[in-house]
Ligand binder design. Sequence first.
Ligand code: ADE
Length: 233
Amino acid sequence: MRIDAISIFADYFQALDLSLLGKAQASGILDFKAHDLRDYTHDKHKTVDDTPYGGGAGMLMKPEPWGEAFDDILSDDLNQTDDRPVIIFTSPAGEVFKQATAHELAQRKHLVFACGRYEGIDQRVVEYAATKGEVRLISIGDYVLNGGEVAAIAMIEAIARLVPGVIGNAESLIEESHSDGLLEYPSYTKPSVWRGLEVPPVLLSGNHAAIAKWRHDQQVERTRQVRPDLLDE
Ligand code: ADE
């Protein structure tokens, strides 16, 4: 899978060189590159922002550097009709990213994350991107970050770990929170008694059916208490 990210703070993405995603890059399963938007400017100050038409607070990102960045990064996709690239604009005004979104995007060949800063990006950039690929505006939750980089990193990690070969033990993907619409059950390891706190006896019973039932009950109860909204979906 190929993933590109465009940002004025490309260094943020060094976090993706660590751990399992770093290994996936080294082995070639994941081809990730962060691009500095300022590399697509031509003035001395490498300007990427300007004041909004119609007035208003703050600065907006100018369209020209974004256009050049998309032309460059998506030039190899031109002849691809079967699987268009997906261009994701990180935005608190977008659809909310869910585990289902991660599964959907993990099936695609090429993702491009466009990380805005300031008060956002000139809307024509979104229109232009739609001529180059499938556009999605995605938020990671109902709060506002200073820019899209942290949101993009969170999404890339959630997506890339679903790509076959990225996680050594694929079974661990099956029984985790959100994989079946419920939160994960609580887990325990040795010792069986720690500081006077005991592991639930059913887990030591060797009765697999009883263990499976206990775990499922715990999932439902936990979800009911912490995230009742998930039970309505
Ligand atoms: N940029 C700023 N806030 C964001 C959010 N919640 N999700 C995605 N991108 C953002």
